[in-house]
Ligand binder design. Structure first.
Ligand code: GAL
Length: 827
C-alpha cells in the first residue's frame, strides 16, 4: 500500500520530532549545557596579552575582607592607592571605575622591568645592594589591565599564563583573588573561567601585585612582569597545560621511534569519549606518520595516552644541524575537533659517561657560556629579538651551548636554542624539596622537557648545603622526581664544594664542577672515583672591562691584560686546554657570555655591573672573547691588544698581547717586524716592545701561509659618528627591535678606542627608543634615555617598532662630531 503525500509528511514530521526528542534526551543525559554545545568544536587560541597594561609603582594598601566578601573577594572599600595622601578606591574592579584615577598609573607594554627605570642609589636600607640589584632598588609595583571577553567565549576554559614575574606575585581578576606565586623564574597559570565577565556582563580587570623587595639570587633580577603573558582559550576537553611529552629513540640507525604521551583533561562534569590523532610532521609540514587512539576520559580528570610513531631516515638534531619535527595533536569528540596542539621536538641521542659527552653517538665537547638574563637598556624585560640577538652573538663566538644560570629561562629562549642550535643546561633555582620547591622544579621539567636543545638538568648552583647529608637527601628527592618526569636526560648539580662529602655527589648522574679548584680537582677526582661522571658546569670567571688596560679602583675598571683575576678561575682559554686534554670532562660553561647588572666583583659602588662577560652588557666583545673564538671556531683568529692610543708614552716599554689559533704570529710596528712567535694552543702570546704611535699589525700563519691579520692603529681625535643596525627591516608588531651600535671614529674612519663623547638620539617614524647602554660598568646614566656617553669608542641604542608600517629614522648627534643616521623600514 502506498502512502499519500500527507501521510509521508506526517511520518517525516514524526521522525523529525522523534529525532529532536532523542537529541534532547542525549544532550540531557550528557548534561551538556547550551553554551557547551555552542562552543563544541572551538579550537584553542593562545593570544599574546602583553599590550595595554597600566603600572603603578609603590605599594597599595590592600585589606582582604574575608568574612564580608568571602575568601578571595574584595569589598569596594578595601583596595586603595595612597597618592598625595588621597585614597583612591577600587581599581581592581572596573564597575567602581568612577574612583579609579588613571593619572596614578602609566601605560606600559610587557615585558616590563621597573627596576631598570630607577636611579642608582647606594643605600642598603632601601634594598639597594651591589650584588642583588646592581644598586637599583626593587620594591613593590602593581599592574592592571582592562579587557573584554566576548559572549561567544562562554563555556570555554580561559586561563592566563605568566611566563615570569619577578617576584612574589598576587593575582586578582574582577576583585577575586586567584592566587600567589613566589618564584621569579617559573611560570604561573590561573583559571579565569568562572570570574570573567562575558559580553554585556561588562569589562574585566586583572590586577597583579609584584613584591620584589626580597631577592632570589646574587645578580640583578629586575622587577615586574618581565616575561610574556598569554591568554589561553580552550574547550573544557583539552590537552592539559604542558600536556605532551615526545621522546625519541634510535634503536635502528635509519629509523627514529617516536613516543608521544598526551595528557587529555576533561573539565566537563560528564564522561567524554575522545579520539586522539597525533601526526608527526617535518619542518615543511609533510606528514610522516599518524596515530589514532580512542579513550574515555572521566569527568574532572586527566588521562595520559601513549602512542608510538616513527620517522624513516630522520634528520638528527645537533647545534650545527638543528633539524626539528613537530607532533600535531588533534582531540576530537563525535567527529568534531575540540582541541589542537603542537609540540616541537628533535631526534637526537645524548649520553654522558666517563669518556665525555656524546651527541648522536659522537664525542661532542660542549663549548658553553653561563648567562644571566639582562641586557643593556632593558634590564630583564627582553623582547624576543634581544634574546635572539644575544644567542646569535654567542654562536658567532663559536659557542654551542648555553647554561641558564641559575634558574629556568624564558620559554622563548629555549625555542630559539632548538631552532638556532645551542645545547642547553637548564637549571632549577633552589635546592628545596618543600612543596614550593618541588612545584618550581616540576614547572621547569614539564614546561621544558620536549626541547631537543636541553641536554642535561641542573638541580641547583653552589647551594651552601652541598656536601651535607641533609643536602644529599633533599637532592635525592629532586633527582628522583626529575628521573620520573624525564628519564631521558642526566641530572647534575653545579658544585663548588662538598663534592666528596655527605654522599651528595653519589645522588647525581653527573657531578658538576664549578671550577677545578685551580688544582685540577676534576682530574684528581676522575682518578679517585672510578664511577664518577664529571662535567665542568662553570669555568673561568675572568674579569675585565671592555677597552680598559689598567685596574682602577676609583672608576671600577679591570684591565683586559689579566692583571687581576679572581683566585678561583684561570685566564681566558686556559681551562679549555684542560677540556681538550681531558675530554672526559665533557666541556665547560665559561662564566659568563655577557656582563650583567649586579655582582660587580671585585668592586662595589660606584661599580654597578659585573665584569665577567666575554662581551659587555651591550654585546660588544672584550679581548677575552677572542681567546674563546680562537679555541672554538675553525676561523683563523689573530687578535692583538691593547689599543695603540697612548699619548705621552712614546718610548716607554709596552706589552702587546695576542689571542690566536694560528701556528705562528708575526708582529709588525710601523712596517718593522717585532718578531715571529710560535703559538701554544689556548695560550696568549706576548711581545715586549717600545711604544711608538702608528700602525701595529699582527700576521697569523697556518702551515707557513698567511691566513689572517689584525691591525691596531693610533687614531686622531673623534670626528664622526657611525651607526650600524643589526637589521634594516622590522616587523610592524610593536615588539621587534633593531640593535644599533654607535661607533665614534676619527676623520679617517678608525674607531677611537678611548672616545667618551655624549651621543644624543632622535627618532622619527613608527618606532621608539627602548634603551641605551655603553658597557661602562660604573655608568649611572639612565638606560631609559635618548642620550648616552660613549664608553671606549662605543655605545648602543635599541629601537622598537610600533604597530604601524613606515620608515624609522634614527639620528645620532654629538656636539663637535659629524652626526649619522640610519633608516629602518617597518612593515
Ligand atoms: C660562581 C657562581 C656565579 C658567580 C661566579 C662569579 O661561583 O656560581 O653565580 O657568582 O661565581 O665568579
Amino acid at each position: 500500500m502506498k502512502n499519500t503525500p500527507n501521510q509521508i509528511n506526517n511520518q517525516l514530521f514524526n521522525m523529525l520530532l522523534r529525532g529532536i526528542a532523542l537529541l534532547f534526551a542525549v544532550l540531557l543525559a550528557l548534561n551538556v549545557t547550551a553554551q557547551d554545545r555552542l562552543n563544541a568544536g572551538s579550537e584553542r587560541t593562545r593570544d599574546n596579552f602583553d599590550f595595554n597594561w597600566q603600572f603603578h609603582k609603590g605599594d597599595i594598601a590592600i585589606k582582604r575582607a574575608v568574612k564580608a566578601a568571602g575568601y578571595g573577594g574584595l569589598t569596594d572599600i578595601n583596595v586603595k592607592v595612597e597618592t598625595n595622601k588621597e585614597a583612591i578606591v577600587a581599581y581592581t574592579d572596573v564597575d567602581k571605575a568612577a574612583t579609579f584615577k588613571p593619572e596614578d598609573w602609566r601605560e606600559v607594554n610587557l615585558p616590563h622591568d621597573w627596576c631598570v627605570e630607577g636611579t642608582f642609589v647606594n643605600d642598603k636600607s632601601i634594598g639597594s645592594s651591589p650584588a642583588v640589584s646592581g644598586y637599583l632598588p626593587g620594591g613593590i609595583g602593581f599592574y592592571r589591565k582592562e579587557f573584554e571577553i566576548p559572549e561567544a567565549d562562554k563555556g570555554k576554559k580561559i586561563t592566563i599564563e605568566f611566563d615570569g614575574i619577578f617576584r612574589n606575585s598576587t593575582i586578582w581578576v574582577n576583585g577575586q583573588l586567584l592566587g600567589t606565586h613566589q618564584s621569579g623564574y617559573t611560570p604561573s597559570n590561573y583559571d579565569l573561567t568562572d570570574v570573567l565577565r562575558y559580553g554585556n556582563e561588562g569589562k574585566n580587570v586583572v590586577l597583579v601585585k609584584v613584591d620584589a623587595t626580597e631577592y632570589e639570587g646574587w645578580w640583578y633580577e629586575g622587577c615586574g612582569i618581565y616575561r610574556h603573558v598569554w591568554l589561553n582559550k580552550t574547550d573544557k576537553l583539552h590537552v592539559d597545560r604542558f600536556g605532551t611529552y615526545v621522546t625519541t629513540s634510535l634503536a635502528r640507525p635509519d629509523q627514529a621511534d617516536v613516543n608521544v604521551k598526551t595528557n587529555i583533561k576533561n573539565e566537563y562534569g560528564v564522561v567524554k569519549n575522545i579520539t586522539l590523532v597525533s601526526k608527526i610532521v617535518d619542518n615543511k609540514g609533510v606528514v610522516l606518520d599518524t596515530k589514532t587512539s580512542s579513550q574515555i576520559i572521566e569527568p574532572f580528570s586527566t588521562t595520559e595516552l601513549s602512542q608510538k610513531g616513527s620517522i624513516q631516515k630522520p634528520l638528527l638534531w645537533t647545534p650545527e644541524t638543528p633539524n626539528l619535527y613537530r607532533v600535531l595533536t588533534e582531540v576530537s569528540e563525535n567527529g568534531i575537533i575540540v582541541d589542537n596542539y603542537e609540540t616541537t621536538f628533535g631526534v637526537r641521542t645524548i649520553e654522558i659517561n666517563r669518556k665525555g659527552v656524546f651527541l648522536n653517538g659522537k664525542l661532542y665537547p660542549v663549548k658553553g657560556t653561563c648567562n644571566h638574563q639582562d641586557f643593556a637598556g632593558i634590564g630583564v624585560a627582553l623582547p624576543d629579538k634581544i634574546n635572539e640577538y644575544k644567542l646569535k652573538l654567542l654562536k658567532e663566538m663559536g659557542s654551542n651551548a648555553y647554561r641558564c644560570s641559575h634558574h629556568p629561562p624564558t620559554p622563548e629562549l629555549l625555542d630559539m636554542c632548538d631552532r638556532m642550535g645551542l645545547l642547553v643546561l637548564d637549571e632549577n633555582r633552589m635546592l628545596s624539596s618543600s612543596e614550593e620547591g618541588i612545584k618550581d622544579l616540576k614547572a621547569m621539567l614539564y614546561r621544558d622537557r620536549n626541547h631537543p636543545s636541553i641536554f642535561m638538568w641542573s638541580m641547583e648552583n653552589e647551594e651552601w648545603i652541598q656536601g651535607t647529608v641533609t643536602g644529599a637527601r633533599i637532592l635525592k628527592t629532586l633527582v628522583d622526581i626529575t628521573h620520573k618526569i624525564d628519564p631521558t636526560r642526566p641530572v647534575t648539580a653545579a658544585m663548588n664544594h662538598g663534592r666528596n662529602e655527605g654522599g651528595y655527589s653519589d645522588v647525581l648522574d653527573v657531578v658538576g664542577y664549578n671550577y677545578g679548584d685551580k688544582g685540577l680537582a676534576y682530574v684528581k677526582d676522575h682518578e679517585k672515583y672510578p664511577n664518577r661522571i664529571e662535567f665542568c658546569t662553570e669555568a673561568t670567571s675572568f674579569i675585565s672591562t671592555r677597552g680598559e688596560y689598567q685596574n682602577d679602583w676609583g672608576k671600577g675598571y679591570v684591565s683586559n691584560l689579566g692583571l687581576w683575576q679572581p683566585n678561583w678561575g684561570p685566564l681566558p682559554g686556559e681551562d679549555w686546554a684542560d677540556i681538550v686534554k681531558y675530554p672526559y670532562l665533557g666541556g665547560l660553561f665559561v662564566w659568563t657570555g655577557f656582563d650583567y647588572r649586579g655582582e660587580p666583583t671585585p668592586y662595589q659602588w660606584p661599580c654597578v655591573t659585573s665584569h665577567f662577560g666575554f662581551m659587555d652588557i651591550c654585546g660588544f666583545p672584550k679581548d677575552g672573547y677572542y681567546a674563546y673564538k680562537a679555541a672554538w671556531t675553525n676561523e683563523p683568529v689573530v687578535h692583538i691588544f691593547p689599543h695603540w692610543n697612548w699619548p705621552g708614552k712614546d718610548g716607554d716599554s709596552i706589552k702587546v698581547h695576542c689571542y690566536t689559533n694560528c701556528d705562528e704570529v708575526e708582529l709588525w710596528l710601523n712596517g718593522k717586524s717585532i718578531g715571529r712567535q710560535k703559538a701554544i694552543p689556548y695560550t696568549k702570546l706576548i711581545w715586549n716592545l717600545i711604544y711608538k704611535p702608528g700602525k701595529l699589525e699582527a700576521r697569523g700563519y697556518k702551515n707557513g701561509k698567511l691566513v689572517t691579520k689584525d691591525v691596531v692603529e693610533t687614531t686622531t681625535a673623534p670626528a664622526q659618528l657611525a651607526l650600524k643596525s643589526d637589521c634594516r627591516l622590522l616587523k610592524a608588531d610593536g615588539t621587534d627591535v633593531a640593535v644599533i651600535q654607535v661607533a665614534l671614529k676619527d676623520a679617517k674612519g678608525r674607531v677611537v678606542p678611548t672616545a667618551a663623547n655624549q651621543v644624543k638620539f632622535s627618532i622619527e617614524g613608527p618606532g621608539v627608543i627602548i634603551g641605551t647602554g655603553n658597557g661602562n660598568p660604573s655608568s649611572h646614566e639612565p638606560d631609559k634615555a635618548s642620550q648616552r656617553m660613549a664608553f671606549n669608542g662605543y655605545c648602543l641604542v635599541l629601537v622598537q617598532s610600533n604597530k604601524q608600517a613606515g620608515e624609522i629614522r634614527l639620528k645620532a648627534q654629538s656636539e663637535t662630531l659629524k652626526g649619522a643616521e640610519v633608516v629602518i623600514k617597518v612593515q
